[in-house]
Design a protein around this ligand. Structure first.
Ligand SMILES: *Cc1c(COP(=O)(O)O)cnc(C)c1O
Length: 218
């Protein structure tokens, strides 16, 4: 089933759109099945879970951090991940910069945007993002490569559309600033129930779990 799901989504995605398989709670066997079907990027929410999976699967795929990263886990994270999609503070960026420098790596990052401006949610407020990127661009060992957003959870994906739209507008705005060392390339938006809307709004990375692996927690 996982194989068919992965192949169906890969066939459906337009050229130039990257699929991140959101792997939280999935077994290594399930992740491996997805990889055999063509999945090239695995998304992990927790460093520990990523370490365990990385040990088994290694670097025949790319690894994206898509969960909230604590600064004190930056040392471990930079060893595994090829991209950290969830940078939402200068403090975290600094920790990633230091950790990357220590191992001679330049870490691609996305800035996570709290597009719904929800109090309890991670992410930079849209109004703060450009200012934050201006500070982060000075760090030598990280490269800002785009934006990521979750958007408010909604039953109807159409309810997510304005937040995806807003994040794309912010993406274009930052891109037009042509900040040195900032390459606005990736816009990561959309999950199982919302990726179609996200694609219409300009996403070029979609993060999909349930539609590949089935419902969680069964
Ligand atoms: C779990 C998760 C996804 C995928 O969610 P599904 O609804 O299972 O497709 C995408 N992004 C993030 C950050 C996640 O934690």
């Amino acid at each position: 089933m996982i194989k068919e799901n992965v192949q169906a989504i890969l066939n459906e995605l337009p050229a130039g759109v990257q699929l991140v398989g959101a792997a939280k709670t999935r077994s290594h066997e399930e992740i491996q099945q997805a990889i055999e079907a063509g999945l090239q990027i695995v998304g992990e929410n927790y460093v520990q879970e990523a370490e365990n999976a990385f040990e088994v699967i290694g670097n025949r795929v790319k690894w994206h951090m898509i969960g909230h990263l604590q600064s004190n886990k930056a040392n471990k994270a930079v060893k595994i991940f090829d991209m950290i999609e969830t940078v939402d503070s200068v403090k975290l960026a600094r920790a990633i910069d230091n950790a990357s420098g220590n191992i001679g790596k330049t870490m691609p990052i996305l800035i996570e945007i709290n597009s719904g401006e929800e109090r309890q949610k991670a992410g930079a407020l849209p109004s703060e993002a450009a200012f934050m990127i201006r500070e982060i661009m000075a760090f030598k060992n990280i490269r800002v490569m785009g934006l990521m957003t979750m958007g408010p959870f909604a039953g109807d994906p159409e309810e997510a559309r304005p937040y995806f739209h807003k994040t794309k507008a912010l993406f274009d705005e930052v891109q037009a600033m042509h900040m040195a060392g900032v390459e606005m390339t990736y816009l990561s938006m959309g999950m199982s129930n919302s990726y179609k809307v996200a694609l219409e709004e300009g996403a070029n990375i979609v993060r999909i779990g349930t539609r590949l692996f089935g419902e969680r927690g069964k």
